[in-house]
Design a protein around this ligand. Structure first.
Ligand code: SAM
Length: 228
């Protein structure tokens, strides 16, 4: 059956989107309950942000294990989806901003904040932010975040430059400010990431996943980027 035909069939018989409760345990006794859709078909999923992606656990494990790096920092998550990274970070600081370019996920994201509200003292703020130069970026204070986090934001090479453009605009100019990024390197994106991070004058530092994850998924990667 051609793609066109299968598209017509899913129009006539819409796929049921089941909501799951995913349970996670991270370091520092963090237990999360996350509402999200079951991954059914990447071609028909209405939004990639409506379910937790594997690299979010890598980021959450890192934040909870090395939590001193996040303590009292002004933190922004990009492409948060269901918000696992930001929720874990909210245990360590009162200043967490959660962003995504797709406002269809915001109701679910807010439910996930309510479900895990024992984690934070001050509820993280949710805001629309599309990567690259666009109107949504004007609603943020430039160079004001100590830490930017993101998981599974790398799956199309074309979105890597807009992603780093946004990080460059929002991350503080302080030499300690850091962008933490975990992802599954599905299509050998590393050469593009290296080139783009250099263009925006970031050091790209590889993080050894074996230091905090028992059996890292193959092709999973995590880097931190600091200003040169
Ligand atoms: C694969 S999902 C990952 C979600 C979440 N970080 C996780 O790991 O579970 C990618 C997320 O990035 C967001 N996104 C993709 N392209 C974007 C863009 N150009 N600007 C802002 N957000 C974007 C999507 O809406 C989605 O929530």
């Amino acid at each position: 059956m051609s793609d066109d035909e299968s598209y017509c069939l899913t129009d006539i018989y819409p796929i049921e989107q089941t909501i799951e409760i995913y349970k996670y345990t991270f370091f520092d006794n963090i237990n999360l309950k996350i509402k999200g859709q079951e991954l059914q078909n990447v071609n028909t999923q209405p939004s990639t942000g409506l379910l937790p992606w594997p690299a979010s656990s890598i980021l959450a494990n890192y934040i909870s294990k090395y939590n001193q790096e996040f303590k009292d920092k002004n933190i922004l998550e990009l492409g948060s989806g269901v918000g696992i990274g930001a929720l874990v970070a909210s245990k360590y600081t009162d200043r967490v901003m959660i962003t995504d370019g797709d406002d269809k996920i915001f109701d679910l994201l807010d439910e996930n904040l309510q479900l895990n509200q024992e984690l934070f003292r001050i509820k993280p703020i949710i805001k629309l932010l599309l990567w690259g130069e666009n109107q949504t970026l004007q609603n943020f204070e430039f160079h004001s975040y100590d830490t930017i986090i993101g998981s599974d934001l790398i799956y199309v090479n074309d979105s890597i430059d807009p992603l780093f453009y946004t990080v460059d605009k929002l991350l503080s100019m302080n030499s300690e400010s850091t962008f933490y990024l975990s992802f599954l390197d599905r299509k050998n994106h590393l050469p593009v990431i290296e080139k783009v991070s250099l263009k925006y004058k970031f050091n790209m530092i590889s993080i050894n996943l074996n230091d905090f994850i028992e059996k890292p998924i193959s092709n999973s990667k995590m880097f931190k980027f600091t200003r040169m």
